[in-house]
Design a binder for this molecule. Structure first.
Ligand SMILES: Cc1ncc(COP(=O)(O)O)c(C=O)c1O
Length: 469
């Protein structure tokens, strides 16, 4: 362990001047370093952290415990003091980690899981997958495929019988002559192939805030930058806000309806406007339709109805409760599909072969009763929570994204966890920490218990907390 040691900097003290001098010393080594702070200890602290992050990313240092601000003596002003930052030289193997990995930060969700690990039998309303088991005919078809020896590689684009079923459905729905289907390793696999196929370094991807967690990280991994368009407070798409976010670097609009985490289902006019904006500006539109089957109040609409170049990402994970089996599919213009298939050939190779045979059976199943059950659960939760919570979204998927009645999302979720209820703070999905996500993919008893705790928490803010307006 050594104190932070950078050539020319022996000790980092807080305050504006020291922050300036630290930056001045580091400027030749790390061009572009900026002061992020103002004239107080707290901000100088941030400046130093910024520097440390850069050092870390450059593979020079590890900062095990971050650092602490120690005022010179009790009662001194915020300008005085010292930052004690312990660092250690990093191991060789950490030096091997590529820069792009440092740009992916999974700390938000990890914190929630760490907290959850301390709970004994939590009322768990945090789960992002159906609570029913994979239907028996799908399991039987999977076992049969394995027993029959369908365990080798399949064709990269998917097995013919599954492709035929999917293609015929897509042709029937859209009638686009150039629209082709291919089978992917989960919806996530499709998303990764699409973003890697479309993005050049620095390209911009418009995402709607709050977004599904993977979007930001996969965009970063593919070299792009996310540009967030807010949908708060009602989770509606505002076409004028999308237009305002478009720049010469905009390559992709990444859209998700029904949405995770909000459960919002975009209206026909919103979807149509988005489809038209993308066409008008020659921007690729990716539509993540994994929750397509879960629409409770009005029929699902895809932007592909108005924009024949839309890249649609779909899958069996949620509709058929097959999250662990990794089966998805993607459809779009043939040329793009060829490019993505090429990438699949050298990455995922194919979707799991026996699972594709199970997919053939899955496609024929009628799962309406499961979906009806989710509609009923949604109605029940809205009924139980509506007097204490402002509810927007929730027309689809199995999530409600609710504004906290007091405190930030993190503060509220911490208190919920203390009361044995596991939910997810909104800042996992957004730069705003004002909401929390609950999943109603759970048994009715657990949902009722969860709603009771939420109502009690809403009515009894902790001492010193005022109600959010
Ligand atoms: C919006 C959205 N897209 C994609 C995925 C990934 O699904 P899959 O299991 O098919 O990779 C999820 C999973 O939670 C999701 O919520």
């Amino acid at each position: 362990m050594t104190l932070l040691s950078v050539p020319g900097v022996t000790q980092i003290t807080s305050g504006s001047n020291s922050a300036n001098s630290v930056v001045a010393h580091l400027e030749p080594v790390f061009p572009g370093i900026k002061r992020t702070g103002g004239f107080c200890a707290q901000l100088a602290f941030h400046t130093v952290f910024h520097i440390l992050r850069r050092l870390k990313a450059a593979g020079t240092l590890r900062v095990p415990s971050g650092g602490e601000y120690v005022p010179s003596s009790p009662g001194t002003s915020a300008h005085d003091g010292e930052l004690n930052i312990k660092t250690e030289e990093i191991s060789v193997s950490e030096k091997w980690i590529a820069d792009r990995m440092h740009r992916i930060d999974a700390s938000g969700i990890r914190k929630v899981f760490d907290l959850a690990a301390t709970m004994e039998r939590p009322i768990n309303l945090s789960i992002g997958q159906p609570h029913f088991d994979t239907p028996q005919p799908i399991k039987d078809a999977l076992c049969k495929a394995v027993q029959e020896g369908r365990n080798a590689y399949s064709q990269t684009q998917g097995i013919a019988p599954l492709l035929k079923q999917l293609q015929s459905d897509v042709d029937q729905r859209y009638g686009h002559s150039d629209r082709k289907v291919f089978v992917t390793s989960g919806t996530s696999g499709g998303l990764m192939l699409a973003l890697c196929t479309l993005l050049n370094p620095g390209d911009e991807v418009i995402v709607f805030d709050p977004w599904f967690v993977m979007y930001k990280h996969l965009t970063t991994l593919a070299g792009g930058n996310v540009v967030q368009v807010s949908t708060y407070p009602d989770f509606r798409i505002r076409p004028e806000a999308v237009r305002a976010a478009i720049t010469p670097r905009t390559k992709v609009i990444l859209f998700n309806s029904p949405g995770n985490p909000t459960g919002a289902v975009a209206s026909e006019s919103e979807v149509r406007a988005l489809a038209e904006i993308a066409a008008e500006h020659n921007i690729a539109l990716i539509s993540d339709e994994i929750y397509r089957a879960f629409c409770y109040d009005h029929p699902f609409r895809s932007p592909a109805e108005w924009n024949d170049r839309t890249i649609v990402i779909d899958g069996f994970s949620k509709s058929h409760s097959m999250t662990g089996l990794r089966l998805g599919f993607l459809h779009g213009p043939q040329y793009l599909i060829q490019q993505m298939t090429k990438l699949q050939q050298f990455t995922f190779v194919c979707a799991p072969h026996p699972v594709q045979w199970a997919g053939v059976t899955a496609w024929e199943l009628d799962l309406t009763s499961n979906l009806e059950d989710y509609r009923r659960k949604r109605d029940m939760m809205v009924g139980l929570l509506k007097d204490d919570y402002e509810i927007h979204g929730g027309q689809g998927a199995f999530y409600l994204f609710l504004k906290t009645p007091w405190g930030t999302g993190t503060e509220f979720v911490t208190e919920a966890i203390r009361n044995n209820l596991l939910i997810i703070p909104g800042n996992v999905f957004s730069p705003s920490d004002t909401h929390f996500r609950l999943s109603f993919a759970a048994e009715d008893g657990m949902l009722r218990e969860g709603a009771e705790i939420l109502c009690r928490l809403a009515r009894n803010p902790p001492k010193g907390m005022t109600r959010n307006t």
